[in-house]
Write a protein that binds this ligand. Sequence first.
Ligand SMILES: [Mg+2]
Length: 129
Amino acid sequence: MSENPALDMLTEEIMHFVEERDWLQYHTPRNLAAALSVEAGELLELFTWENPSFQDIERNPEMRARMEEEMADVMIYLLEMFCLLNSDPVEAVRRKMEVNARKYPVELARGRADKYGLAKERNVGGGGG
Ligand SMILES: [Mg+2]
């Protein structure tokens, strides 16, 4: 459970959907991580050989709807995984944002896209996002 009622309700709906279908037996950590990765791949697939801006996508209702659908698939799996781990997604994201802020201080990272190079310079390791 998180401190966010809307997120909690959404998670309850997702878990109800899964339990109603007796799918929990298949939802191991590895299987859910694989499914999450597949859905992230489906999101990426929308951009095969294309690199539209967010503004371009907003002007294209069909593309926007397809993108929302794949982002929702990713979020559904993430929320289920947080729930099954008895972990608070809001707290986990906050903790990771604090790590990211220490790893990439504004004065060094601002305007730089080469986060791996930056991490290497600071000797904090670039992997793990
Ligand atoms: Mg999908």
